[in-house]
Design a protein around this ligand. Structure first.
Ligand SMILES: O=C(O)CCC(=O)C(=O)O
Length: 362
């Protein structure tokens, strides 16, 4: 992988290096406008304390007891409609694999900088070690570094673009991805059934077996002025479904609920699932992707693994015919995922502006 980053508009600065050198201030480039800064008011904190996204135990989902299955399907259906976000437990991925995956990545971010720099990314594919999303010169940046890689399709899977260190990281990352692809396949069936469709319908809408899957590992270093910045700006996920493995020690993910930001309280060994823009489009907005963002803190770094399950990238994605009615005509024109994700790759995270801008004029 080339060591220079020819296409970034400005020299890349690693937030981790900034964090190690900033004692009590942060560079202006990371200071958000007042309206985007996290609220530190005690009123908001109180409201926040009592709220969490739904937690759903998947144990028994595919078992013999139809009442249990129906109850889990109902909980997921409600969570998709009301929240667009939920946590799942008893999901079948081994807890030790989840811990190992997160620790492997934590160790990667603690390797010496010259090793990490060998994987420095460019905005052409974003694969590798990165420190900004979007290529707009002068943009206000987020307080995080990340690593991005592909699992699927096989044509994009390239072990040489995955970190070789720490030892056995490629095996761990590979096994983790395989498990998550299986889990996402199961959830796609659940969502299809809940939308009143054949259980394979959403997967078919994604392009069958030929889908995309990728991982972004986020590293949020400690920040001396967390009230002025964000680890990741508000956005909805452009893809299909996201499975987030959050830090087990440090909260930070906030989900927008009406006009409030709810800080997610992660359950041990749960995945946080959220609906992406492509499912909003396929479901003709029966399910909606939801804005979320990440706050940082001055005491502890944070690591999260966001696994994105996406449609095949070169087929048109549009509302499924079965979900179009006279009362509810197709809300979105067809667009490939390749075309769609260009927006976020060029402009960086911008709330829900992209999916909203797609809506067909009526
Ligand atoms: O770090 C988190 O908790 C959320 C990460 C996220 O939203 C993303 O990677 O898209």
């Amino acid at each position: 992988m080339p060591k220079n980053q020819p296409d970034w508009p400005e020299p890349i600065v690693r937030v981790q290096s900034l964090s190690e050198n900033c004692i009590d201030s942060i560079p202006e480039k990371y200071i958000k406008p007042c309206t985007d800064r996290p609220s530190m008011s005690s009123e908001d904190a109180n409201f926040n304390c009592n709220m969490n996204i739904p937690i759903i135990d998947l144990g028994g989902l595919w078992g013999a007891d139809q009442h249990v299955t129906d109850s889990i399907l109902r909980q997921i259906s409600e969570a998709c409609r009301e929240w667009g976000f939920f946590q799942i437990t008893s999901h079948g991925v081994r807890p030790d694999l989840m811990d190992k995956a997160r620790e492997t990545w934590r160790q990667f971010f603690h390797l010496p900088m010259d090793i990490k720099q060998q994987y420095a990314n460019s905005p052409k594919t974003y694969e590798g070690y990165g420190s900004r999303l979007g290529v707009e010169k002068g943009a206000i940046l987020d307080w995080s570094d990340y690593y991005f890689l592909h699992y699927l399709p096989f044509s994009l899977k390239d072990y040489n673009k995955w970190p070789a260190l720490p030892p056995s990281s490629r095996e761990v990352i590979d096994e983790y991805g395989g498990e998550l692809v299986k889990l996402c396949g199961k959830l796609m069936k659940v969502l299809s059934i809940n939308l009143g469709l054949d259980e394979r319908r959403l997967q078919k809408g994604f392009g069958g077996e030929d889908i995309g899957a990728c991982l972004r590992v986020n590293f949020y270093p400690r920040c001396p002025r967390p009230e002025l910045t964000l680890g990741l700006s508000s956005h909805s996920d452009p893809g299909g479904l996201t499975m987030l493995l959050p830090d087990d020690q440090v909260p930070g993910l906030q989900v927008r609920k009406c006009d409030n930001w709810i800080t997610v309280k992660p359950q041990p060994h749960a995945f946080i699932v959220n609906i992406g823009d492509q499912i909003q489009v396929l479901s003709n907005a029966m399910y909606k992707s939801v804005e979320h963002r990440v706050i940082v803190n001055s005491d502890k770094e944070r690591v999260s693994l966001a696994f994105f399950y996406n449609p095949k990238s070169d087929i048109p994605i549009e509302p499924l015919k079965e979900l179009i009615t006279q009362d509810k005509p197709a809300l979105y024109p067809p667009m490939t995922f390749d075309e769609y994700r260009l927006f976020i790759r060029m402009r960086g995270p911008r709330g829900k502006s992209q999916v909203e801008s797609l809506k067909s004029p009526r």
